[in-house]
Design a protein around this ligand. Structure first.
Ligand code: UFG
Length: 317
């Protein structure tokens, strides 16, 4: 079975490529490398360096494909507030092109990387898939728009689809080519920033007055290996004319200070921090209700925050 992995040179996409390959799937990658890294591509994998905004690139990438895992897209909340048109163009128009080319190529299966950002400020914690969707930033709005587009496509064209709503993805995977890990520039995510913190440049804690036990935001961190395991289960569960949505998190919340404590333990000394103002667009608490994925996909995340921190730290070496 050949899978087209869009965004297969990015952090999560490259991890998917590695795990899928080890399971015996054939892989094609479509990536413009705007945020990914071509050096992640394993030898023997078909790689089309191209864009979702160029339909002939998509058509080339779809050759001989049985299913698509669609990771490609812009994914920074802050950047999306500054550049909403860019997010709409790449994420929404890019996915529209992908779905249109899939139709031409008679590819009817897709697993899509959606986001917890589709929910916005949650009115219930933990957040089930049935929660209301009121994204608070353009990034979340594009992911919600794509989920709706895929739902429509599934009803009208009969495609088999799953949207996976990620909470906070963390950790890394060691491959025979070295660690596949977060290599964002600039890095905005908490765990790598905490692990790179120094006395001269301490990690900023965005807000200490949130309505939580220690005053810092709570997030639900899921290891990238567990996340890809859910993708494979989702792929195997695809059913004609059905679009399912699943939350992917661990089902547990950790505050920013708890993540700092886990990192301090891993490093062996206190991570320097500096209290800073709240970051625009941050909700106080995001925790996933993952029961649907557990029951319907038989998925159980097994890696805890300490392992996510340890793997990220090891990837820096
Ligand atoms: N944080 C800090 N200091 C930092 C970085 C982050 O205090 O240097 C805090 C943030 O304010 C937030 C928490 O740590 O409270 C996690 O922040 P991240 O930037 O690591 O992740 P986000 O929760 O902002 O966003 C991530 C993904 C989104 C996704 C969201 C869903 O990047 O794509 O999780 O939960 F939508």
């Amino acid at each position: 079975m050949r899978i087209l992995v869009t965004g297969g040179t990015g952090y999560i996409g490259s991890t998917a490529v590695e795990i899928l390959r080890n399971k015996g799937y054939e892989i094609s990658i479509l990536d413009d490398c705007s945020t990914g890294h071509a050096d992640c591509v394993p030898t023997g994998v078909r790689f089309i360096q191209g864009s979702l905004l160029n339909r002939s690139d998509i058509a080339a990438a779809l050759q001989d494909t049985d299913a698509v895992m669609h990771f490609a897209g812009k994914s920074l909340v802050g950047e999306s507030v500054e550049k909403p048109d860019l997010y709409h163009s790449v994420n929404v128009n890019g996915t529209r092109n992908l779905l249109d080319e899939m139709k031409i190529a008679s590819v009817t299966k897709i697993v899509f990387s959606s986001s917890a950002a589709t929910y916005g400020e949650p009115d219930v914690i933990p957040i089930p898939e049935s929660a209301s969707t009121n994204p608070t930033n353009p990034y979340g709005a594009t992911k919600l728009g794509i989920d709706s587009m895929i739902s429509r496509e599934s009803k009208e064209q009969g495609i088999s689809a799953v949207s996976l709503r990620y909470f906070n993805v963390a950790g890394a995977l060691k491959s025979d080519r070295g660690w596949l890990a977060e290599r964002h520039n600039p890095e905005t995510h908490l765990i790598p920033n905490v692990l790179r913190s120094t006395q001269a440049n301490p990690v900023k804690i965005f807000g200490n007055d949130w309505p939580t036990a220690d005053g810092t935001c709570i997030r639900d961190y899921v290891h990238v290996i567990d996340l890809i395991d859910a993708h494979i289960k989702a792929l195997e569960s695809l059913a004609e004319g059905i679009h399912e949505i699943y939350n992917l998190g661990s089902g547990d919340g950790y505050s920013v200070r708890q993540v700092v404590a886990a990192a301090s333990l891993a490093i062996g000394h206190e991570v320097p921090t500096i209290d800073s103002p709240r970051r625009a667009g941050d909700p106080a608490i995001l925790i996933a209700d993952i029961n649907k994925a557990k029951v319907q996909l038989g998925w159980v995340p097994t890696r805890r925050i300490n392992e996510m921190v340890a793997d990220t730290l090891a990837s820096f070496a």
